[in-house]
Design a protein around this ligand. Sequence first.
Ligand SMILES: C[S@@+](CC[C@H](N)C(=O)[O-])C[C@H]1O[C@@H](n2cnc3c(N)ncnc32)[C@H](O)[C@@H]1O
Length: 205
Amino acid sequence: MGLYSDKFFPWVLDAIESEEMAEQRRLFLSKVRGEILEIGIGTGVNLLYYPEHVRTLTTLEPSDAMRPRARKRESETGRIIEWLQGRGEDMPFDEGRFDAVVCAHVLCTVNDVDAVLGESYRVLKPGGRLHFLEHGISKEEKIMKWQIRLNGLSKVIGGGCQLTQDIEAHIRNSNFVIDELVDVKASSGINGVYTHIRGLAHKPS
Ligand SMILES: C[S@@+](CC[C@H](N)C(=O)[O-])C[C@H]1O[C@@H](n2cnc3c(N)ncnc32)[C@H](O)[C@@H]1O
């Protein structure tokens, strides 16, 4: 950990939030229910957008630097987080514990996407759901070229965030059954290099 990741990166995460992203967060969280695990909660932005009935959730987050901002959101929203420090590749939970696993802008950063998906699958109950809002490599060649050019910079300023991961392919190749998958319309300007997908997948019963 360094000065940038401890002091500035949590600030950056909050500073780049937009109305456009708020709407995507509302949409991808709208069907979340039951016992919830959010992987990599960061500064807790999703707490603002969970449906009203969600009062508690568990998170597995490697960075302690995120905690003060997330705790502030916890008290502002009245939602309680059970906070565990750890990585999605190796979850300290029993098989079949959760009804929902939530991940937003996390799979771009993790070291091993397949391991995180595998662990998410394991800790979900049969019928449990994975709710995702992620960004990855574009299907449009022009955008893809920019993503490849800017990937190194993104990793440095984005805490390891990669623009070139094919998250959709990882989810399609996992054991999850995809129920909904939406290509979010690309933003304008520099934000256009963050091409998002939003969706829902389940662990078969
Ligand atoms: C770009 S931030 C997104 C934060 C939050 N999910 C959001 O939507 O605002 C990525 C988050 O993933 C966390 N992270 C990085 N590697 C991880 C891993 N292997 N397992 C779980 N979380 C991880 C980071 O610490 C950071 O909080």
